[in-house]
Write a protein of this length. Structure first.
Lengths: 150, 255
């Protein structure tokens, strides 16, 4: 029942984990920026008999109403980064918002990974890196919760 | 200070992200200067071997679909697949090239539908383009297919055929004849097969594969970046202008 008032006891643990989360979010941010730029450059490698086409980034799922998913991803990572960093520097209440955001991101990422595996039938490296990043962010949140209960 | 530090970092990251993104976007064609110095012995040998293969390869559908002056000094022979997103981009690139060079460049279109996942409708699309071609509207259909690629590539075989029929209607050709030519036409089948045979003989394994001036394949970079394609065309234009002026006797050894 005292979950929300435990902040004081676990200060040192929680501060490190949000800092880590902020760093991981930066990786995701860089990755999504790269993908966004590639999207707007419209420079897709040729389709090859061996490797197929770049199916993922050219699929209809790569955009929502003309906005590339990677741009939304960049925005999400930036927000996650900001929340995690502010938490690390003492604003503990933001960690919850971070948690909610990261859970939503993970659900969305799971769906995108499912699309790659079963609908599009192809993967894109930088999309998988993004998936790994998001799941790491979620993992860090879970770990921080586990530490708190001890 | 402790309170402002994270905000400060966040602002820095935001600025870095925007600047980084813009810089990455602008960072095009960083290595075009090397395009000539790449011609080592190995490359020239490969080039000679490719010309040899070109000479031996079957001609493809005849007469081919071409645009521009038939006697143009610069030729681009494109092997493409209607389902290939890069080909759809290259289709737009060629429109730009046509605008800049007009009749100076002869552009040939050849079918090279790849048998890979997601390209189940490629072959039928090629037949559709040829079926429109029977009625003299090849280029209109070709443009239709590339412009609407995202619509019909994801459709089932039957739905895609119906979509092609809709395109035929909108182009204004005889739809019944189009249907027949697309599905059962001997001519359309033979023409697509001829183009594919030429592509196979050239050992092509990706689309778009583009042959410049009947002598070399464009690199992937040249296909993707219009600036590099322009450079390649300009250098060919210079070559074709230079020999009669100075070294007409030694031009075989010169390069």
């Amino acid at each position: 029942m005292s979950t929300s008032n435990e902040n004081l006891n676990s200060t040192s643990k929680v501060a490190i984990i949000p800092l880590l989360a902020a760093l991981v979010a930066l990786v995701g941010l860089g990755d999504s920026i790269y993908l966004t730029v590639e999207h707007y450059k419209n420079e897709i490698p040729p389709c090859s008999i061996v490797q197929g086409c770049e199916l993922v980034l050219t699929s209809p799922y790569a955009e929502v109403y003309g906005v590339p998913l990677s741009l939304l991803g960049a925005l999400a990572y930036f927000i996650a980064f900001a929340l995690a960093l502010l938490t690390a520097f003492g604003n503990r209440s933001l960690w919850k918002i971070y948690g909610i955001q990261v859970i939503l991101m993970s659900l969305f990422t799971a769906w995108l990974t499912y699309l790659q595996a079963y609908v599009i039938g192809a993967f894109c490296q930088f999309c998988l890196l993004s998936a790994a990043t998001t799941f790491t962010l979620l993992l860090l949140f879970i770990v921080s919760k586990l530490f708190r209960t001890k | 200070m402790n309170k402002n530090l994270p905000i400060f970092i966040i602002v820095i990251v935001l600025i870095a992200a925007i600047i980084g993104g813009v810089a990455l976007f602008r960072n095009q064609g960083s290595g075009p200067i090397n395009s000539n110095s790449n011609n080592s012995n190995k490359a020239t040998k490969q080039a000679a071997a490719f010309i040899d293969v070109l000479n031996k390869a079957p001609q493809g559908a005849s007469p081919a679909w071409t645009k521009g002056d038939p006697a143009a000094k610069i030729t681009l022979e494109e092997f493409a697949d209607f389902s290939c997103p890069t080909c759809a981009n290259f289709h737009q690139t060629l429109k730009e090239i046509e605008k800049s060079y007009g009749q100076k460049i002869k552009i040939t279109y050849r079918h090279f539908p790849l048998q890979i996942k997601g390209h189940e409708n490629s072959y039928n699309a090629a037949r559709a383009a040829e079926a429109a071609g029977v009625q003299g509207r090849f280029w209109e259909m070709q443009n239709m297919l590339f412009s609407n690629q995202k619509v019909w590539t994801v459709q089932s075989e039957n739905d895609a055929r119906n979509t092609f029929i809709d395109y035929a209607k909108s182009i204004g050709i005889d739809v019944e004849k189009f249907k027949e030519d697309m599905t059962n036409g001997q001519v359309t089948a033979a023409r697509v097969a001829s183009d594919m045979n030429r592509g196979k003989a050239l050992d092509l394994n990706s689309t778009p594969s583009v042959i410049l001036n009947g002598s070399r394949l464009l690199s992937n970079e040249e296909v993707i970046k219009i600036d590099l394609l322009r450079q390649a065309i300009e250098s060919e234009l210079q070559k074709s202008a230079a020999p009669p002026a100075s070294n007409s006797n030694s031009n075989q050894n010169a390069q």
